[in-house]
Design a protein. Structure first.
Length: 147
């Protein structure tokens, strides 16, 4: 009976990411991170057909409204996934990141990186697998044009 518990942990993370980013079937979503295939399949099973991974979406045109990162790796791996996924996200995109909270200082580093990329943190929700942090990019296109 230990297996259903781990499945519910996965579902909890996916449900939390969907709620925090307000992902709907109309949105294009892009997923990244070491566990992105698992996340991609979970979203497809829930009926989200406009979802892709950074590996399957060839040309980054800033066409995605939502980005999701799921990785059990180090803070450097999460930051690399953030850099990779940012090329695909539109100027008013939402993002959710699963952070393994066992590593010290991770949230602060991720927060700093998000702010540099034009995101404003909206919420953080603790799950069995860690912390799901959500942020929104507002007026990023205007910031890019000014720079």
């Amino acid at each position: 009976m230990g297996e259903p518990h781990s499945v519910s942990n996965q579902e909890q993370v996916v449900d939390t990411m969907i709620e925090l980013t307000r992902l709907s079937n109309l949105h294009r979503a892009i997923v990244a991170g070491s566990d992105c295939l698992e996340l991609y399949l979970a979203l497809r099973q829930r009926g989200f057909i406009r979802v892709a991974t950074t590996a399957t979406c060839r040309i980054p045109k800033r066409q995605h409204a939502v980005g999701l990162i799921k990785s059990q790796d180090s803070v450097q791996a999460i930051e690399a996934a953030l850099i990779q996924i940012s090329q695909f996200l539109g100027p008013s995109a939402a993002i959710a990141i699963l952070i393994d909270s066992r590593e010290s200082g991770v949230c602060l580093k991720i927060r700093t990186r998000l702010e540099r990329m034009g995101f404003r943190i909206e919420a953080g929700v603790r799950c069995q697998q860690g912390l799901v942090l959500s942020a929104y990019r507002q007026g990023f296109g205007q910031m890019e044009n000014a720079a």
